[in-house]
Design a protein around this ligand. Structure first.
Ligand SMILES: [Zn+2]
Length: 338
């Protein structure tokens, strides 16, 4: 049995699998890339060949129009011989639509590269599946004991309560375009919000992509469709826009705007203040401290590699529990992008 060190390398372009002659989520153009999900810090343009789920390929096509790699579409659980000696398959990661853990099998050794993942429920993607393996490669974005993500329903209830108390205010929620936006919309619907959503233009193409994959968000209206007095109808309703708009000129033109930020980082008060949010919703698409540890234990991996985030704390905790762990400190991952 080969050890992972013998066939996985850290190269300047990113994590490289030697016998598969492939990079996983490389941050520079390479000849063959295995992409775990569509967030921009994992999925970049310019590769010769891209192996990813159908949804991730579609997301990359929306984001990188004109980029035309050879595309290999791989469904969850479907085997693909990347080279004659290496088998690849994807398992759901529960992070965003199409997100996958890459499972690489070579010489009786199995590595699982989780990409980004979460264990909390998300009605807009398939739930995380535990895959037992020899080596587990994990993220560590929220790997500090202070991070314990609340239930999403409780966070959405805050929005509904605020809409009741301030029916004259336009509730603007800052969300990332891929995943967060759709998860917040879907969960607000499940919580009982029945009015239309108003979407900033930057969120529309990916929301339409989700709809094409069968997810229904009820009625939504492009915010830019409303001119002059018509904009008054946004009072007492939910508007969704990228986080950067919370403090920009566009949002100041919304009638009596109440700025709200939805992010895993909202557990840190200073981050909410930076965003100029009056209300902070803790909505994370990553595993929290306890879920990171639970997941590592469930994989029964003999060795754990930690790619990005609070790598030191997780490495220390896993070693304390008798699990062999090491931090890789991959560059090119952005902590703000969820
Ligand atoms: Zn991500």
């Amino acid at each position: 049995m080969a050890s992972a060190e013998e066939w996985m390398q850290i190269r300047p372009q990113g994590l490289y699998c030697v016998p598969a002659d492939s990079y996983i989520d490389p941050h520079e153009p390479v000849h063959r890339a295995i992409i775990t999900h569509g967030h921009a810090d994992h999925a970049r343009p310019g590769h010769g060949q891209v192996i990813a789920t159908e949804e991730t390929q579609a997301i990359m096509q929306v984001r990188y129009a004109g980029d035309a790699p050879e595309r290999i579409l791989l469904g969850y659980g479907q085997n693909h011989a990347v080279t004659p000696t290496v088998n690849l398959w994807f398992a759901p990661a529960g992070h965003v639509l199409g997100s996958a853990q890459a499972v690489l099998e070579y010489n009786n050794h199995r590595i699982v590269i989780s990409g980004d993942y979460k264990r909390h429920p998300d009605p807009t993607c398939k739930p995380f599946e535990v895959v037992q393996c020899d080596t587990f490669i994990t993220e560590a974005t929220f790997a500090l004991p202070v991070f314990s993500h609340p239930k999403l329903e409780d966070e959405m209830a805050k929005v509904l309560r605020s809409l009741e108390v301030f029916p004259e205010r336009t509730h603007l929620i800052g969300v990332y375009a891929l995943g967060k936006c759709q998860r917040v919309m879907k969960t607000l619907r499940q919580a009982g919000y029945e009015k239309p959503f108003y979407l900033h233009g930057a969120l529309i193409s990916l929301t339409e992509l989700y709809e094409g994959c069968g997810y229904d968000f009820g009625e939504w209206i492009p915010a830019s469709d409303l001119k002059g007095k018509a904009r008054e109808e946004m009072r007492g309703k939910v508007v969704l826009a990228p986080p950067s708009t919370l403090a920009d000129r566009w949002s100041r033109t919304l009638p009596d705007m109440l700025p709200i930020m939805a992010s895993g980082w909202m557990q840190i008060r200073a981050r909410a203040r930076q965003r100029r949010a009056e209300m902070a919703l803790i909505v994370s698409d990553h595993a929290d401290w306890q879920d990171l540890i639970t997941t590592v234990e469930e994989t029964q991996a003999k060795e754990v590699w930690i790619t990005h985030g609070r790598t030191d704390a997780l490495e220390y905790e896993l070693k304390r529990r008798g699990i062999k762990a090491k931090a890789l400190d991959l560059i090119g991952r952005e902590e703000e992008v969820e």
